[in-house]
Design a binder for this molecule. Structure first.
Ligand SMILES: [Fe+2]
Length: 784
């Protein structure tokens, strides 16, 4: 029987002294090497999905803490639990042990035990969690196995449970590994096996493995979403995992959770509420018996003060605070506390700290703008480190915080609860990569198509997608359960300033468009695909609903009456916002993508495409109407999605009569696009003074007017190193400095593998940086 601990009794166990000071990290100390073995925490952990901050589970949705151990729920190949705190980084002694209980065996037992020597080409603990190499050491049916060797384990096929230990002992440049199985009750040795390997072979992460067969890579996009399931395996519970020895580097700061990260916004409501600060804390999925409260403390005049607590949403695992009349004049240290109350009555406070920045006043606002993180380059350290160096006042992610392939093991479509967990662990990679900048700067985060597991999204006001046989990319509506879509919205946007009008769309899917006023700048936050019409309303003549392939095709035929881009509600909002100048002098529109078709080639270098209906250049009539609504705002449009950075001035009635668009580089570009009108001999006029290729005034493939001032075309990415490859593929990030005195935007487009602070001209794509005056966004042009 579990001893049930109420929140009240668990709080009684605490004293004020358990709250550590402003440490900047979780309060639990790191283990010291050579000390007693580190033991897992599962014996005291309530049953739940989240295994604890010391671990990364592959994939999270297939694991639970259950009966005091980590239990694999899936008999599929390649399931594992990595230690985040312990990596083998030298040829010294180590010992790991774990108790295995075989819970289920199907046609063949895939085995279970340890997998070590898990390292990516950059051998970094987060990236190491997703590799498929490594050396196996464990129990499979009637055998013990260690690398290529096996030995008989008497009664191994019928034993329900064993204790397995693996030791490493250095011998020259080799490491001698010894695997031993013992009886759980008697401690009697059942079998042992030794194997010598080159010491470097076992450097990297260590993990528990369930079903040794390789698996888990790639995205299974099947409708039923039995991602990676394997009828032939077995599944196990793992208990009392101990790790010890000088071979390990131990770093408690590498824990990820239970508070995974936080995101906040700060906005001048221009009402009696003054500045409103909103903050979401994200935790891993906890259990029904766990504490579900997150506390927020702030530091004022040197002392910590608790402002309140918020309940975790048990779908999204976010706890959101909304604090009106925030003192925006001072930077305020904050601390989130999660008091983990365990089965045995023990309580552990976990902390997450950061700074709520002061509202930038009397100086320019500096904003980082990012998009599209494809996890072949996870954890994107060059970008993450540049962000820390630049210390932006505001961080903007315009979408594709994940792709369906993130972390392997496919996607889950139909079962809402499993789809949510499947989504969450993919989204967690976003926080894992960028949480250090988000802890100290306001962050805006827009979901886009891949965030809801769609190659494209034409939301059509939230309608459920009728999938049919032609896949999800060209159908209108949402393919995922609405409950998961709302989790996507909560995890990305719950901390945003309040939405303009919260009325949900079809299927009760939430909306998030609205504004933020910060640092003397007004931002309109749009969902430029939530209402957009799908391409099946028109005929592209290409056999693919969203792509026009024929250079001679008359794309004006695609501009059918009644098609939607932003939709009525957002158009009304945009109109009101464009004419509302209370509390700010400069404006920017933030949305997913550019309102022009600024790509001539897709997918591969020769993949000519006349037009892509997924760009914001279609449908043309509402595209023009949107720009006309934006024009009086003189806003810069900041967006992403394209994996191709561009700086473009929109034209409606004539070239260069409207707003500028900055489409930022992808954090890590996957699917490549190019804008190479020169190669196609596409006509242009008025090439800019800088004379760069592929620039000037164009009628793009959809017939829209677009003055392309700068473009950052990619190479074909081939480098084996993830960061070199991302650099080749023209990845990077954008940076915008809003000068509210001079009324200018200074726009920078940085490459991936650079130091953004060393001032080298080659850090940026050709044509950047550019400074625009506000009035250039209504066609009073200065730049030539
Ligand atoms: Fe993308």
């Amino acid at each position: 029987m579990k001893k049930k601990l109420t929140r009240r009794s668990s709080l009684k166990l605490l004293t004020a002294g358990t709250l550590a000071g402003f440490a900047g990290r979780e309060s639990l100390p790191a283990q010291t090497p050579g000390a007693k073995p580190t033991l897992d925490t599962w014996a005291r952990t309530h049953d739940r999905v989240f295994l604890g901050g010391e671990y990364w589970a592959n994939p999270m949705e297939d694991w639970r803490v259950s009966e005091g151990g980590a239990e694999c729920l899936n008999t599929g190949a390649g399931r594992s639990v990595h230690s985040l705190t312990h990596q083998i980084d030298k040829n010294r002694a180590f010992t790991m042990a774990v108790t295995l209980t075989r819970l289920e065996k199907l046609a063949t037992d895939g085995g279970a035990g340890f997998r070590i020597g898990l390292r990516s080409e950059i051998n970094e603990h987060r990236s190491n969690c997703f590799v498929l190499n490594g050396l196996n050491a464990g129990w499979q049916g009637g055998k013990l196995l260690l690398g290529p060797k096996t030995t008989d384990l008497p009664d191994g096929a019928t034993l329900p449970k064993i204790r397995l230990s693996l030791t490493g002992a250095p011998q020259g440049d080799q490491c001698v590994l010894t695997l031993t199985a013992t009886h759980v009750e008697t401690g009697a040795e059942l079998a042992t096996l030794a194997h010598s390997v080159a010491a470097e072979q076992i450097l990297g992460n260590v993990s528990l493995a369930n079903n040794f067969a390789p698996g888990g890579s790639g995205a299974a996009k099947g409708k039923k979403g039995k991602a990676g399931a394997n009828a032939g395996g077995g599944r196990y519970r793992f208990q009392n995992w101990t790790l010890a020895g000088d071979a390990f580097t131990v770093n408690g700061e590498q824990r990820f959770g239970p508070i995974l990260w936080s995101m906040y916004s700060l906005s001048d409501s221009r009402s009696k509420e003054g500045f409103v600060m909103k903050l979401s804390a994200l935790t891993g999925p906890l259990g029904a018996e766990d504490n579900h409260d997150i506390e927020l403390h702030i530091q004022k005049d040197g002392a910590w003060k608790q402002l309140g607590s918020a309940k975790l949403d048990t779908d999204a695992w976010t706890a959101t605070f909304r604090l009106p009349n925030w003192d925006e004049k001072h930077a305020t240290p904050y601390k989130l506390v999660y008091r983990e109350a365990c089965k045995d009555g023990s309580t552990f406070p976990h902390e997450w700290t950061g700074i709520i920045k002061a509202n930038p006043a009397g100086r320019p606002l500096r904003m980082a703008a990012l998009t599209c993180q494809n996890d072949y380059a996870f954890p994107y350290a060059p970008v993450a480190e540049n962000l820390l160096k630049l210390d932006p006042d505001l961080v903007f992610f315009s979408g594709d915080q994940l792709y369906e392939s993130h972390g392997g093991f496919g996607i889950i479509r139909d079962d809402a609860e499993r789809a949510i967990l499947n989504y969450l662990r993919k989204f967690y990679q976003h926080g894992w990569a960028f949480r250090e900048v988000m802890r100290n700067a306001p962050t805006l985060c827009l979901p886009d198509d891949h965030d809801v597991f769609q190659g494209n999204i034409w939301g059509e006001g939230g309608k459920p997608m009728d999938v049919g046989d032609t896949g999800a990319s060209s159908k209108g509506g949402y393919i995922q359960p609405a409950r998961m879509v709302n989790v996507v919205h909560k995890t990305n946007c719950a901390h945003h300033p309040d939405a303009y009008d919260t009325k949900p769309v079809l299927q009760d899917i939430s909306v998030y468009y609205g504004d933020m006023v910060y640092g003397g700048v007004g931002f309109a936050i749009l969902a430029d695909r939530q209402w957009k019409s799908g391409p099946e309303h028109v005929d592209t003549g290409s056999g693919r609903a969203d792509h026009v392939m024929d250079a001679e095709f008359d794309t004006s035929k695609l501009d059918k009456p009644g098609l939607i881009l932003l939709g009525e509600r957002q158009e009304q909002f945009l109109k009101a916002w464009a004419n509302d100048w209370r509390g700010h002098k400069l404006k920017a529109v933030l949305s997913q993508t550019v309102f022009a078709n600024v790509a001539t080639h897709h997918g591969n270098f020769d993949g000519y495409l006349k037009a892509d209906l997924d760009s914001g250049g279609w449908p043309q009539t509402p595209r023009n109407r949107t720009i006309e609504l934006m024009r009086p705002s003189m806003a810069l449009h900041i967006n992403g999605d394209q994996h191709l950075t561009t700086l473009v001035q929109y034209g409606v009635d004539k070239q260069r009569d409207s707003n500028w668009s900055f489409c930022t580089p992808a954090i890590a570009a996957g699917y490549p696009r190019w804008w190479r009108p020169d190669d196609l001999k596409m006509p242009h006029t008025n090439r800019p003074k800088h004379g760069l290729p592929d620039t000037g005034e164009y009628i793009e493939g959809l017939g829209n007017k677009a003055y392309v001032y700068a473009v950052g075309n990619p190479q074909v990415g081939q480098a084996p190193n993830r960061y070199d490859k991302a650099h080749e593929k023209a990845s990077g990030f954008g940076f915008i400095t809003f000068d509210t005195e001079k009324l200018t935007y200074h726009i920078e487009s940085f490459r991936f593998l650079i130091d953004a602070t060393d001032g080298k001209a080659s850090n940026q794509f050709p044509g950047w940086p550019v400074t625009l005056h506000q009035k250039e966004n209504r066609g009073e042009n200065l730049l030539d």
